[in-house]
Ligand binder design. Structure first.
Ligand SMILES: [Zn+2]
Length: 384
């Protein structure tokens, strides 16, 4: 068996465990040992003075929208953006969507991401991800009230496991939300849902009225049995029994302290996509409040229809600028171990502990001490 020792100026085992002048020894695709100085290995690769760190985890993206990069206008508001996005996506040939999705995968790999939570409503990105060398969860996303939808999941292939996602509380009927969550739960798999993202969603759930209510009525959808109004989307999902540690609540822009406390009580995984929130809604979630409530958020880039890269270093740099008081170690945890936990793959990814997969990256930086190492990593856009 070939053992390879990877040496570097710094080994970032996890955001709180950093070894100066260290090594990671791997064997058979697994990390066997991390340590300081030199290991007695046969093959040694010296990467240089920078840092070996865990590969990044993008817990929320939509690869099938890569082809829409730069083509959907933001300035008219969120609802026109969604309408334009769906029209453009549906008018594109599947093969074009896939060509750009493959480029998106390449971008993620080149910028240090190896684990991904992909949300697919068309269902077209499964094969390309299974053949990408990355790992993670491929979520089939549903909305509406599709009682005939197949809620099959837990198919494992090429590093990916299939699971289920619901689009959002205001776009998906409550009984369907419950079916999807139950199917994921039965297989002990994560379930993903966008929560408290838009003003339409808040207005509809908290009043049972407004343009979204009219939109549903026009389409013959009877929401009189949905139990509205409710105080907040989080409380609504709580009432439906959808909250637990395997639920990933994405966005939470309009969630407050009460909501965070409920989410923390159930150990729900919050997933933040701050660049997307900023571009689409000109508003950011209350990350400080989430951390104070004890939540351990993970990060996603969301799609190229609303951000200009799938680079998780860009996402970390954006958060660092937006929330300068949040410690770099917490931001790095969001992009690594918290994402791995949210996707249920922390036994294999997210840190460089022995026994995990050898999915690490080398960041070519030159720093003097541990604090500046962390600061440089979370502050570096376009880092690879
Ligand atoms: Zn999304």
């Amino acid at each position: 068996m070939v053992r390879i020792t990877h040496r570097a100026g710094w080994i970032l085992v996890d955001p709180w465990t950093i070894i100066k002048n260290g090594y990671v020894r791997v064997c058979n695709g697994l990390i066997e040992e991390v340590g300081q100085g030199h290991s007695n290995g046969d093959h040694v690769i010296d990467h240089g003075p920078g840092a070996i760190m865990p590969a990044l985890v993008n817990a929320h993206t939509h690869l099938e929208l890569c082809a829409l990069n730069g083509r959907v206008a933001f300035d008219n508001g969120f609802r026109p953006w969604v309408r334009q996005l769906i029209n453009l996506r549906d008018s594109e040939k599947t093969e074009n969507l896939l060509t750009d999705a493959k480029q998106g995968i390449n971008e993620m790999i080149e910028t240090g991401t190896r684990v991904v939570g992909e949300i697919s409503s068309l269902g077209i990105t499964k094969d390309i991800l299974e053949n990408s060398g990355m790992s993670g969860i491929w979520f089939k996303e549903y909305l509406g009230n599709n009682s005939l939808a197949t809620t099959q999941c837990n198919e494992k292939k090429g590093g990916f496991t299939t699971s289920l996602a619901a689009h959002a509380p205001h776009t998906t009927a409550p009984e369907f939300l419950i079916n999807l969550k139950n199917a994921a739960q039965k297989n002990n798999l994560p379930f993903s849902i966008h929560v408290a993202e838009s003003e339409d969603e808040i207005r509809f759930l908290s009043t049972g009225k407004g343009e979204w209510a009219d939109f549903l009525t026009e389409r013959g959808i009877d929401f009189s049995v949905w139990g509205l109004p409710v105080e907040s989307p989080v409380k609504y999902l709580d009432g439906l029994g959808l909250l637990d540690k395997k639920t990933i609540a994405v966005h939470l822009i309009h969630a407050d302290k009460d909501d965070f406390e409920i989410l923390a009580r159930y150990n729900v995984c919050a997933c933040l996509c701050l660049r997307s929130n900023y571009y689409l809604h000109q508003r950011l979630p209350d990350l400080t409040g989430m951390l104070a409530a004890g939540l351990k958020p993970c990060l996603g880039t969301d799609s190229l229809a609303c951000v200009d890269s799938l680079n998780m270093f860009d996402e970390m740099a954006f958060i660092t600028n937006a929330f300068p008081l949040v410690p770099p170690s917490k931001i790095l945890a969001m992009a690594t171990i918290n994402g791995a936990k949210a996707l249920g793959v922390a036994d294999r990814f997210g840190t460089l502990d022995p026994g995990k997969r050898d999915r690490f990256i080398y960041v070519p930086i030159n720093v003097r001490d541990k604090p500046s190492l962390l600061e440089t990593i979370v502050n570096n856009e376009k880092q690879t």
